[in-house]
Ligand binder design. Sequence first.
Ligand code: SAH
Ligand code: SF4
Ligand code: F3S
Length: 476
Amino acid sequence: MYPKSFFIHTIGCQMNVSDSERMARSLTPLGYVPAVSADQADLVVVNTCSVRAKAEQKAFSLLGQLAVIKARRPEMVVVVAGCVAQQEGERLRQRAPHVDLILGTRAIQRLGPLLQRLPAHSGPLVDVEMGDLPDETDGARLGESNDGVSRFVTIMRGCDNFCAYCVVPYVRGREVSRSPEAILHEIRGLCDAGVREVTLLGQNVNSYGAKEGICSFAQLLRHVNAVEGLARIRFTTSHPKDLTPELIDCFATLEKLCPHIHLPVQSGSNPILARMNRNYTREHYLDKVAKLRNSCRQIAITSDIIVGFPGERRADFEATLDLMQQVEFDSVFAFMYSDRPNTPARLLSDKLPEREKRERLHAVLELQERVTAAKHQALLGSVQEVLTDGFSKRPAAAAEDSGEQWTGRTRGNKIVHFIDAGSRADDTANRPGRMVRVRIERALAHSLWGRLERPHAFGSPLKRGDSCCAESTLPD
Ligand code: SAH
Ligand code: SF4
Ligand code: F3S
């Protein structure tokens, strides 16, 4: 008998990417192997996002495409997982009758057992239970199936903040932190298998452990910093209100903690921040930025911005542009406000027209492009520590050089392409996972370009397999 094959579409944030990786791992013991496309797979999972209307539409458009394939191959199993599955639950039966399994955000670990129940079940199975999550202590097993040098480690799930525009608390439930023991066990397992960098994940990582009183996020970071074999630590996402002096100090004291923080500001206007229920002011935010830079001069700060929140006047928007100019973020994700189910902002009056929101979005992106370009220019001639993660396509400008073009990230999370003269893509001694020194020679709009410095090595090559999860995207 041929093995069954699976394909996972992932829409949304890193939490979904991480959940997709978990689903992929849970399918291997059931005899599934990765398929190259949904077209040929026996099982297709659409792991969905509901953060903005566009992300939800994308999920339904993928489900529409799968309906066409399923009409041709009725034996193909279609699973909807993630935030739209949680939000819609039973309603998906009507909207997408070809779906076999509807898997909520806290049912991810039940994928295997539910698939086994499917043949005996008539109609789609729905599991959107929001009950307690088991603490995932499968670190050693995670390590064995490791497929990269850099991995996400979920340290908490859910969110208690209820920002007025945000659907996440409704689809991901209340905040629950994993125990430090389970997290450290998982990270040690990953390091034993060759992982060099971990990104600690949560909707609000810096409130980690606060509710349970287990340990603070800064304490957890200190434990992770002591894990042998680990080279880099990152985390995302932090809420400005929970950025403590103890955590800010970690950037000065923990050598493995990368000098980068993603600190969403959302708006630079106090009345808008209050209506968003963000629990900080523009002044608090600017003060935290100054303290971060005092603690670590070169820290990269990135952010999320929403334009066109209901009632955002011209002056409010200009306050956002002004804050961006003051902070000089390394990069930002900017979004047009989008009405979401169940959220209080949906009921606010003074909604802005699409055209106005689009214009404001362009103004934010244009300003940020200029700031990012200046930041990239300032790195010209510097030597950066880069953790390599793969090969990349060469730009025409690099055609005169021989050798492979590699990609990797600096400690500040900037993407770097570089030529390693003499290396070949099939050369196993040069696999991803090397820590190298690269001299920056060109500043591009979204990345940097450089040349390997010799002697270059900081570490040894690592093993890497192929990922079966396609379309991993940040929220669009
Ligand atoms: N927990 C993280 C990320 C949440 S979702 C945090 O608090 O930062 C990622 C980003 O999507 C948010 O930071 C916000 O900028 C944006 N976002 C969330 N809901 C939105 C909505 N209804 N419309 C537009 N953007 C939204
Ligand atoms: Fe959403 Fe706010 Fe929670 Fe982030 S902190 S997930 S924006 S409710
Ligand atoms: Fe869910 Fe992440 Fe989207 S929590 S709503 S997949 S941004």
